[in-house]
Design a protein around this ligand. Structure first.
Ligand code: PDD
Length: 279
């Protein structure tokens, strides 16, 4: 039985109970973070904690404990569950009260943390690449906040899967914004990494931030600009990043091959760089 942490207590998952009046449930009034665990250690935790604080601040949500205390609980869960490789999921909501769009000022926030085992390093898809499907980005205008309001992404992933794809690339004004749960990139024929600049249109990826720093040390430059689906189809390589996929080659878009349909040298190198860092 998996141990989770809810509002101050470690307890078995099936004993963790939440109010039906929780605003996370009624209004998706909450935020989340997903952090990778490799060899029992958190990956890029400082970046995830910084983004959590930012998301909370933007929505006026109160973090009931410090990010240092959160990291200690995450280590506590990794230890109690014997997690070697996988994810830590964190969700913070505004708390529970009688249903009302307006929220009370004195609410006790709900904080949940749980672990999920998942193979991250040795994944077969990293050798073959994944297929993505493009579709319209139907989300709201503050995608820089890691909100639990994920219905557009849930539907996008369903539609991608229905066509045999592993991820959806969402588009707006003819440009790719990001993946349903990942940051999107292409590599140009002159070897530049291209990904949209951080803005309110996309989530600032922690994996991206860490990777850009590491890639820079290896002389690889990130060009921060948008790209179209046509440009991606004509690119040398394409890939995604996220805490749950690390660096993952994209080898087909809407059923058409990218970069010869095989993971290319740059993305292969970037994945090695990131996996070394995660270890
Ligand atoms: N998703 N863009 C979106 C819309 C995301 O949901 C995510 C992460 C990312 C990549 O962010 P990071 O590198 O910090 O994981 C970009 C997580 C993994 C999820 O929803 O499960």
């Amino acid at each position: 039985n998996r141990i989770v942490w809810l509002n101050g207590n470690y307890l078995p998952a099936d004993e963790a109970k939440l109010s039906i009046f929780d605003r996370g449930f009624l209004f998706a009034d909450g935020i989340y973070e997903v952090t990778a665990v490799v060899d029992g250690k958190l990956v890029d935790s400082a970046l995830h904690m910084a983004r959590l604080e930012r998301s909370a601040r933007e929505l006026g949500l109160r973090l009931p404990i410090t990010t240092k205390a959160i990291e200690e609980i995450e280590h506590g869960l990794i230890e109690r569950n014997g997690l070697q490789e996988g994810l830590v999921y964190l969700q913070l909501t505004r708390g529970a009260e009688e249903r009302n769009f307006l929220f009370g000022e004195e609410l006790e926030p709900t904080l949940l943390l749980l672990t999920q085992p998942k193979v991250l390093v040795d994944v077969a898809a990293a050798k073959t690449g994944i297929a993505v499907k493009t579709l319209a980005d139907l989300r709201w205008a503050r995608r820089d906040i890691k909100s639990v309001s994920l219905l557009p992404q849930v539907l996008a992933k369903r539609d991608a899967k229905a066509e045999g794809c592993d991820e959806a690339w969402m588009t707006e004004d003819g440009h790719v914004t990001e993946g349903a749960s990942s940051t999107a990139y292409i590599i140009t024929h002159d070897g530049k990494i291209v990904s949209p600049a951080n803005s309110q249109r996309t989530l600032p990826g922690c994996t991206r931030q860490a990777l850009v720093q590491l890639a820079g040390e290896s002389g690889l430059i990130l060009e921060q600009r948008r790209f179209t689906v046509e440009e991606a189809l004509a690119a040398a390589e394409a890939f995604i990043t996220s805490a749950s996929t690390f660096v993952m080659p994209v080898t087909s878009i809407d059923g058409k091959p990218v970069g010869g349909g095989k993971p290319g040298p740059v993305v292969t190198r970037l994945r090695e760089i990131y996996v070394d860092h995660a270890r």
